[in-house]
Design a protein around this ligand. Structure first.
Ligand code: FEO
Length: 168
């Protein structure tokens, strides 16, 4: 059982995860339009990961006997600048999400809610991974510059990413 305040915060996070998937779908469309087919595919995998986060959030709220309340999803941007700008925006977004997860965890600690702390631990680890992989891409793009053969190589590498559904 979770508190009504915790249910409200988790519902808010579910909406944030839905927004993440929507944002990455917009980024995928942008990358594809710019001819970056590998990056477009990378973002499409990212969309599916975020939808998995939504599902995980949904199942937990529901399993705790609370109602999942769906809210409006904000419109994402559609212009992301250069390929470096694009991935810097991803990193900044993931850092923001890490902050949201940390705030949720602090609430669970404050409420002495051990079950939610255990549940959120998966997201804490996931965020570390997400930030690490985004930082690596940002660093590689910095080395390659925004045009030329380096981008072609990185785009090809990004296209190799596949979605592996984690265990729920
Ligand atoms: Fe659901 Fe990328 O954090």
């Amino acid at each position: 059982m979770i508190s009504p305040e915790m249910a409200k915060s988790l519902n808010k996070q579910l909406n944030a995860e839905l927004y993440s998937s929507y944002l990455y779908l917009s980024m995928s469309a942008y990358a594809s339009f710019k001819g970056l087919k590998g990056a477009a595919s990378w973002f499409y995998v990212q969309v599916r990961e975020e939808l998995f986060h939504v599902q995980k959030m949904y199942d937990y709220i529901d399993s705790q006997g609370e109602q999942v309340i769906l809210e409006e999803v904000a419109k994402p941007p559609s212009d992301f600048g250069t390929v470096s700008d694009l991935f810097k925006a991803v990193l900044a977004h993931e850092q923001k999400v890490t902050g949201l997860i940390n705030t949720l965890m602090s609430q669970a600690v404050k409420e002495n809610d051990h079950a939610t702390q255990t549940y959120l631990q998966w997201f804490v680890t996931e965020q570390t991974e997400e930030e690490k992989s985004c930082q690596e891409i940002v660093d590689r793009l910095k080395l390659a510059g925004d045009t030329g053969p380096g981008i072609f190589m990185i785009d090809t590498e990004l296209g190799a990413r596949v979605f592996t559904p984690p265990a729920l």
